[in-house]
Design a protein around this ligand. Structure first.
Ligand SMILES: [Zn+2]
Ligand SMILES: [Zn+2]
Length: 255
């Protein structure tokens, strides 16, 4: 609630903070989004590739700085979502709990996810370290902009965090609200306009992803822009990403 109120205040009083602050805000949000889609989602949750440890931890830093939580809890929640999709155990399904449940409420109302059940492979000191860093990192993320003035505080802190939060939440809500579906199909859908909020990093091609969750590539068609995939492709080229899984791109990629 607090960051939402502060974000609205910032938007009203500091709508044009100057290009430096806007570029810094966009860059942090962009790197945070990349951290989530490339590292949290494709690497840790689905093991669709392996990242060089330096790249992996750098991306974890930016994902956490963007308010996405620790890598182990993100991974556990996401693995549960995939394996229990559209059932009572799918904690973020709009068809079970409605839009607001899927969008946001589950985050603080679903209770603590059992990490030992969903991500025993992440029970390592390198990930426990990041869990301990969550509060101090978020404090710097929220208040760090103050060092550069009041407009920077609002843009780099609450406004960036609110935008990044809802961009991610839309994947659980809007990207799971396909009405027309066959019996047994899940509700995931590709949502083209959501690409804008995700800086075209690929998370919006959610139906593709549910069809082939082990693939490191979310955008299957040439026009389905997927900067997460382009980043992986470049990292692989220079040896910083390995064991990259490319599932066959034939399948239900309807939009
Ligand atoms: Zn999903
Ligand atoms: Zn997934």
């Amino acid at each position: 609630m607090a960051i939402h109120i502060l974000a609205v205040v910032g938007l009203i009083f500091f709508a044009t903070p100057g290009w430096r602050i806007m570029v810094a805000t966009g860059s942090l949000a962009w790197l945070g989004g990349l951290g989530v889609t490339v590292c949290y989602h494709r690497t840790l949750a689905h093991t669709a590739l392996r990242l060089h440890p330096a790249v992996k931890h750098l991306l974890i830093f930016f994902a956490m700085f963007n308010g996405s939580g620790s890598p182990d809890s993100w991974t556990a929640n996401h693995r549960q979502h995939h394996s229990k999709v559209e059932t009572l155990e799918d904690i973020s399904s709009p068809s079970i709990g409605g839009f607001w449940w899927a969008h946001l409420r589950w985050l603080w109302q679903a209770g603590k996810i059992p990490l030992d059940r969903w991500c025993p492979d992440l029970d390592k000191s390198e990930y426990r370290f990041w869990r301990r860093m969550q509060v101090p990192l978020l404090a710097v993320s929220l208040f760090g902009g103050l060092a550069f003035g009041i407009p920077a505080f609002f843009w780099l802190g609450p406004m960036r965090l609110v935008m990044s939060l809802h961009a991610q939440c839309f994947v659980n809500s809007i990207a799971h609200m396909r009405e027309a579906r066959e019996a047994g199909e899940d509700s995931s859908q590709n949502v083209a306009w959501l690409a804008v909020l995700h800086f075209f990093q690929g998370e919006n091609w959610h139906r593709n992803h549910h069809a082939k969750p082990s693939s490191a590539r979310f955008g299957w068609k040439l026009w389905q822009i997927d900067f997460g995939w382009y980043a992986i492709w470049m990292l692989e080229l220079v040896g910083l990403a390995t064991s990259v899984k490319r599932a066959s791109m034939r399948g239900p990629s309807a939009i």
